[in-house]
Design a protein around this ligand. Structure first.
Ligand code: ADQ
Length: 488
């Protein structure tokens, strides 16, 4: 990834960075690749699925960028390597550190706390100790790779202590942090026993990016109410030594997708033919409804299935004329809440198929698998109604991917108001997934809408995603990071 601005403060071009250092360092929990061991024992790296990787892939290329992250396997870190135009530098984590930092503090404490406590967060002191240790390791590696005056872009809730740790090691670098998930209101955040350490960690950055303005506002309120700091507009005054004050900005940068690349893919004849084949394989239903999510309790999969089951039971939808395909990517399979969710989803799907399916024609096709991008695009293109019903979601890239694939302006998007995406895709059929009757009514509305009206909505949403794509998002963030803060 090339930094948006490659000039020094005097306006001249910077000379090449010292050997082994980089002008731009991305720091994220995971490397953008997974290790694959072939049958013959050889190892190769393959691009991994997931929100952040999908988003960053199109902006990380060229010689100037390094990516610091965990490889996904516990144990010593593999040697640094170059892949897809990036320098990848793995951070090693022991089994215990994965358990404490990643599965424990990140996924059982912060994830539920930041998603409206849909399940209760667990607070364990050992997990936070592991979180701090691992954050320090990431900060040290980033410090060693950053060229003088470099830009370091830290990602997400797993690394909230890195900005302050890095500032201490390398006061010369520009530090940005972006939160891919929501930032909770002060009443919820206040529960966190280590709330001060987390906020102070974040305040080591120059710029804090959030998905929505509401998230940035929540953070600013936390600074005022819990730390007694002064905020003005979208900035926080951070007191330093000798009565100095450092200004930290907090603003919204709604993440997006590689819209042109995906639109192009969805127009490939092979993908269009595959989308037709999918419909044929499903028995050419009149209505194909689709859900695509990580199997996560924030995504509202149970609420969606409940609404669908009721639409089957009241006769609004009757298989095989209507069929639901639910793709649920395996996720966090060692965390209890995810094991329980999987069981609940599978019981519901089994019951619906038992009650409403026909021989060879189930009411719900449930696929607990990952798919290549082409197959996902074909599914999006095949679906009449896309159901995106999270109870809380930072953004939700699936919604943006669906509209982007619909170059034919067909289809309809049912979208939860609790996603970041709803702020931009306001021409979707907006629903409150907690309100099962309301959700059913919204699905019926999306199905019954006049085709011209549907096309108009789809066109408006497609335009928005095409204009504000992931490249714009990254450029805006990096540009803001390299611009001195303006005080209101
Ligand atoms: P996620 O919670 O992972 O991301 P989302 O934004 O929907 O959620 O991104 C999921 C990505 O994985 C999409 O690109 C989707 O196409 C892909 N995907 C899903 N199921 C798949 C499957 N079975 N096979 C292959 N690919 C699949 C987090 C936050 C979000 C935020 C993103 C980016 O929780 O709110 O939008 O980061 O910031």
């Amino acid at each position: 990834m090339r930094p948006a601005v490659q000039t020094d403060p005097s306006g001249g071009r910077r000379s090449a960075p010292p050997e082994g250092t980089y002008e731009l360092v991305v720091v994220a929990n995971r490397l953008p690749v997974d290790r694959v061991t072939e049958d013959d024992g050889s190892v190769r790296w393959q691009q991994s699925p997931g929100g952040l990787v999908t988003a960053m892939q199109s902006v990380m290329s060229g010689e100037d960028g390094a990516w610091v992250g965990w490889s996904g396997d516990p144990g010593p870190a593999p040697e640094p390597f170059d892949e897809g135009g990036m320098h990848l530098h793995a951070v090693g984590l022991s089994e215990q550190e994965v358990e404490d930092h990643y599965e424990g503090f990140s996924n059982e404490t912060l994830w539920p706390l930041y998603h409206d406590v849909i399940v209760p967060p667990r607070f364990r002191r050992r997990w936070f100790d592991g979180y701090r240790t691992v954050n320090r390791r990431f900060a040290e590696v980033a410090a060693s790779l950053a060229a003088p005056g470099a830009t370091v872009w830290v990602h997400d809730y797993q690394l909230q202590l890195v900005p302050a740790m890095l500032r201490q090691l390398r006061p010369d670098v520009q530090i940005g942090w972006f939160n891919h998930i929501p930032f909770p209101g002060v009443e919820l955040f206040a529960q966190l026993p280590w709330r001060r350490a987390v906020v102070e960690g974040l305040l080591g950055a120059d710029l804090l990016g959030f998905q929505r303005k509401a998230d940035a506002d929540n953070f600013l309120r936390v600074c005022r109410r819990l730390l007694g700091l002064r905020t003005r507009g979208g900035t926080v005054d951070v007191p330093g030594p000798d009565e100095s004050v450092r200004v930290v900005r907090a603003s919204a940068f709604p993440i997006s997708i590689d819209a042109s690349g995906l639109a192009e893919l969805s127009r490939e004849p092979e993908v269009i033919e595959r989308s037709r084949q999918i419909r044929r394989d499903l028995g050419d239903p009149e209505w194909l409804l689709l859900g695509v999510d990580r199997l996560d309790y924030t995504k509202g999969i149970r609420h969606r299935l409940k609404a669908y089951e009721e639409l089957l039971s009241d006769g609004t939808l009757s298989p095989p004329q209507a069929v639901l395909v639910q793709v649920a990517t395996p996720s966090r399979e060692r965390v209890t809440a995810y094991v329980q969710l999987r069981e609940q989803v599978e019981v519901t799907v089994g019951r619906a198929n038992g009650d409403y399916g026909h021989l060879g024609r189930p009411a719900i096709h449930y696929l607990h698998q990952s798919y290549p991008r082409k197959e996902m695009a074909a599914m999006f293109l095949a679906a009449d109604v896309m159901l995106v019903t999270p109870l809380r979601d930072g953004m939700n890239l699936v919604a943006k991917e669906y509209v982007t694939c619909r170059s034919d302006e067909g289809g309809a998007l049912v979208l939860s108001e609790f996603t970041g995406a709803a702020g931009e895709l306001d021409r979707a059929y907006i629903c409150n997934p907690h309100d099962i009757d309301g959700l059913k009514a919204t699905i019926r509305h999306a199905m019954a809408a006049d085709p011209t009206e549907k096309r108009r909505r789809m066109r408006a949403m497609r335009r928005r995603v095409a204009e504000y794509d992931v490249q714009r998002w990254a450029d805006d963030f990096l540009q803001a990071l390299q611009t001195a803060p303006e005080r209101p």
